[in-house]
Design a protein around this ligand. Structure first.
Ligand SMILES: [Zn+2]
Ligand SMILES: [Zn+2]
Length: 154
């Protein structure tokens, strides 16, 4: 188990019921502007960073998960509602946490942007960073093709 590993980054929800740790340096800090991430965080984009799932552990409590689509799940605290993670179900997919839920968000400066097709016109903070539209590469297109969204639009 993870008891003897030294975490390099820790975080958790607002109320403290859920805590997590990474045991390897964080990688891939990015903003995702897609509509699902906007809805999932209640923010104007999701700020996410992560690592390989084997270097991640829940260290207190059990989060609830919402399958935001047929391909991915998002964890949140059932007590206080803090959005905590985003992860594709596919094996080897990175476990991403919300940068704002880290104890030290300074560890994860955003390096790139995804989902820029839904970026709000007045969100200017990371202009100049590399950007990608959802499904821009053929590999991602193929990966996302079978996706069924679980977003409701009333
Ligand atoms: Zn909580
Ligand atoms: Zn997104």
């Amino acid at each position: 188990m993870s008891e003897r590993r030294e975490p390099v980054a820790t975080g958790g929800c607002q109320c403290g019921a859920i805590r997590y740790a990474f045991y390897a340096p964080l990688e891939g800090a990015h903003a995702c502007h897609c509509r699902m991430c906007q809805r999932a965080t209640g923010g104007v984009f999701a700020a996410l960073v992560g690592g390989q799932p084997e270097n991640f552990a829940w260290t207190r409590g059990t989060p609830k998960f919402f399958a935001s689509s047929s391909l991915a799940k998002r964890a949140y605290c059932a007590d206080c509602g803090t959005p905590l993670t985003f992860k594709y179900d596919a094996p080897g997919s990175r476990m991403n946490v919300t940068i704002g839920s880290l104890d030290d968000p300074e560890l994860a400066p955003i390096e790139s942007q995804m989902g820029v097709e839904s970026r709000l016109s007045w969100v200017k903070f990371c202009e100049g960073l590399p950007e990608e539209r959802t499904g821009e590469s053929p590999e991602e297109q193929a990966f996302l093709a079978p996706m069924e969204t679980h977003q409701r639009r009333d």
